[in-house]
Design a protein around this ligand. Sequence first.
Ligand code: AMP
Length: 188
Amino acid sequence: MRVILLGPPGAGKGTQAVMLAKTLQVAHIATGDIMRAAVAAGTALGLKAKTYMDKGELVPDALVIELIRERLAQSDAKNGFVLDGFPRTVEQARALKTLLAELKLQLDGVLNLEVPENELVDRILKRGQSGSGRSDDNLEVITKRLQVYREQTAPVVAFYQSERGLTAISGVGSVDEIQARLLKVLKR
Ligand code: AMP
C-alpha cells in the first residue's frame, strides 16, 4: 500500500504515520527524520539542511526530491510506504508524480489530517516541553513553520484534490481514534 499523509505541523502526522506504516507493514518515510539523522551524522546533506530547519524554512526542493528518489529506490520501499512530511510544495508533488510514473507505481491514498490552527501551536509547544528534543519546537520557529505551511504546503492539498482526490480526516481526538479513522478510509 502506498499512502501520503498530509497535515500541518503539530497535527500528529508523525505519530500516526509510524503507526500506520507498522500496521500496513510498509516503510515509514519521513523527510524530516531523514534530514535530522543527516544533521546528527554531520553529512553534507545535513549541513545544508540544518540552516533551513533551524529557521523553520523549507529545505530546497531539489535536495529533498533527490533524497526521496534515493529512498524510494531502496528495497524496503518496494512493498509500499507511508510518506510523512513529503511532499511539502507543489513542485515536490509534481516531482513525486513523475517519479512514481517512472517506477510504474500508483498511490492508494492521500490523507489530510485536519486540526484547527489554534490547537497546533499548543501541541507543538507541549512536544517541546516534553523533551522530545527537537530544536525547532520553540514559539518563534513554530510561527514560521505555520506560515510556511500556509504559503507553500497548503497548495499541495489543492493539488491532490484536483489530481486524484484526497480524503480529509479529523486530527482531533485520541491517537487511537485518529488511527482508526485513517485505517477505515484505506480499507474502503
Ligand atoms: P518535520 O519533521 O516534517 O516537521 O520537518 C522538520 C523540518 O525539516 C521542516 O521544518 C523543514 O525545514 C525540513 N523538511 C522536512 N520535510 C521537508 C520537505 N519535504 N521539504 C522541505 N523541507 C522539509
